[in-house]
Each structure stands twice: as C-alpha cells, then as structure tokens.
Design a protein around this ligand. Structure first.
Ligand SMILES: [Zn+2]
Length: 227
C-alpha cells in the first residue's frame, strides 16, 4: 500500500503539471506550458512505484482463478501477504492458511515470490519452489472442504501435477515436479517429528486407502491416459 501511496503522489504531481497548462498556477498571471521532461519523469516514477503492487494483484487474481478450479469450483480468493501483512497475520508461523468457509487463502511472504520463480523456470525447480507449488495445491484443497491435514496434503500430492499444468507448466515437467515433491519431500515427512507427521500418512500412496484414483493423478502409471 505504501508503494501505491508514493505512486499516487507522482500522479498528483503529473496532474498538477497538466492543470497548470490550462489554469494559471498560484503566482502566475496565465497558464504555462507543460514541462515535458518533468511530466515524463513523474509519470515514469508513478509506474515504477505502482508496478510491484499491480504485479502482485494480477498474480493474486491468477492464483485465485486456478485455486477455484483446483477446488472443484469452490470459490477461492488468494492473498499474497507483504512483509507487513505477514507480521500482522495471527497465523504468521504457517507459510499458508485457508478457510473452507470463506474461501480465503493467505500465502505468507515470501512464498508467492517463490511460486513466481518456480513458474519462471519449472524445469530447474528448487526444493523451496516445489514446496510453494505443493502449498498452493494444499490450501486449495482446504477451500475444497477438507480440514484434516493428512487428508488435505494427500489430496494435494495427487493433484500437484494437475496444479502445475493449470499454472502453465508443460505437462512433462509438471509431472516430474509433482513426482519429485511426492518422492523427495512428502515421503520423508513421516520421520520429521510430530508437527510434520500430522501432514503425512503411509496410506497416501498408489493403491492405498487415500488413493482417489484420479485419472490425472501425480502417481498415475497409465501415461497415455493422462490428459
Ligand atoms: Zn493445511
């Protein structure tokens, strides 16, 4: 919001400059021509300061549309918290949180940035970037209606492939990323202590109790059938 306020100040400077070419400013007898270098400078500064916020708003809108689709059309609204938002968030210790009642998904700073960088180069996703994809899918599953963490996480594991594709990742890379998350990051969680164990179940595996048998599941073996 601070950036938008600064941007607004520069827009006001531009407005004042243009207005002075129609109405005589205080201390002048008549209107004066626009000083073009000044006008161009303040307009450029207005854009520079507004850009991070506009970029975040458009990413939030993009994520909201995709999260709604992942949540089987339960309406989701994604908010990427700034550092300031995160400090004021009662759930600041969780990287993300969501409510199935309101559809609101809060993603803490800097996890939206990590998700953005994942989408810029999914073919060389880091561990943190894979976490950011999985967190986005996980929170979408809460909006879909599940609150049990182990079930929610397993629903996400099975849909990370679908989620990555929805976000624009090419299918072959999306599948590799989703499988990497399952094999390298999800499976070890059972041994990481009680906090992480709440998100893990040994029943979250192909053919086990939590397998939803989705046609486009991350772990579906019939590659030809995957859309
Ligand atoms: Zn959760």
């Amino acid at each position: 919001m601070l950036w938008i306020l600064i941007s607004s100040f520069f827009i006001w400077c531009a407005f004042r400059e243009i207005r002075a070419s129609f109405v005589a400013p205080p201390g002048f007898d008549s209107p004066r021509p626009v000083y073009k270098p000044y006008l161009a400078s303040v307009l450029a500064l207005a854009v520079v300061f507004a850009w991070p916020t506009i970029h975040r708003w458009s990413f939030e809108h993009f994520l909201s549309v995709k999260a709604t689709e992942l949540a089987d059309n339960h309406r989701a609204t994604v908010h990427c918290n700034t550092v300031f938002d995160t400090m004021l968030d009662p759930e600041m210790l969780a990287a993300g949180h969501a409510s199935p009642w309101t559809g609101k998904i809060g993603i803490q700073h800097p996890w939206c940035n990590r998700l953005m960088s994942y989408l810029r180069h999914p073919q060389r996703a880091s561990e943190e970037e894979l976490w950011s994809l999985a967190m986005f899918t996980h929170e979408s599953m809460h909006v879909r209606g599940e609150m049990n963490e182990a079930i929610t996480e397993c629903e996400a594991v099975q849909r990370n492939y679908r989620a990555a594709k929805l976000l624009g990742v090419p299918p072959a890379i999306a599948r590799r990323n989703a499988l990497d998350y399952y094999n390298l990051l999800y499976k070890p969680r059972g041994q990481w202590g009680t906090m992480q164990a709440a998100y893990y179940s040994d029943q979250c595996a192909p053919g086990k109790a939590m397998d939803e048998h989705l046609s486009d599941s991350t772990w579906a073996t019939d590659l030809a059938a995957i859309p």
